[in-house]
Design a protein. Structure first.
Length: 111
């Protein structure tokens, strides 16, 4: 199923892009590129209803925030990169930590 980027509206095919979810609020967003997370959050993080998670999927990544290492609470955000058949998940305390992480380059940030 083809989806549209929550920021630019470009088509995002299954097996590509990034999916964000706020499990507690049953909300989701889709991005064709990691860089599109930044303006989306800055402009107010407009979520869509629903989730891309199935009943078998964990909704907390590794249980810690990928940016600050803190414990995840009810406002946690899960970001999953879709790369072919592979899924690479990171979780965050909330959209502010997701924003800081994405601004720094995500998993590709200079250490």
């Amino acid at each position: 199923m083809e989806e549209r980027c929550s920021w630019c509206g470009a088509a995002v095919e299954e097996g590509a892009g990034f999916r964000a979810a706020e499990p507690e609020g049953d909300r989701r967003a889709v991005f064709c590129r990691l860089e599109h997370v930044v303006p989306w959050v800055i402009r107010g993080a407009h979520w869509e209803a629903g989730s891309f998670l199935t009943d078998d999927d964990p909704d907390d990544g590794l249980g810690r925030c990928a940016r600050c290492g803190g414990a995840l609470g009810p406002r946690r955000v899960l970001l999953v990169r879709h790369r072919g058949e592979h899924r690479i998940a990171d979780a965050f305390c909330g959209v502010d930590d997701l924003l800081a992480w994405a601004k720094a380059g995500g998993r590709w940030a200079a250490t």
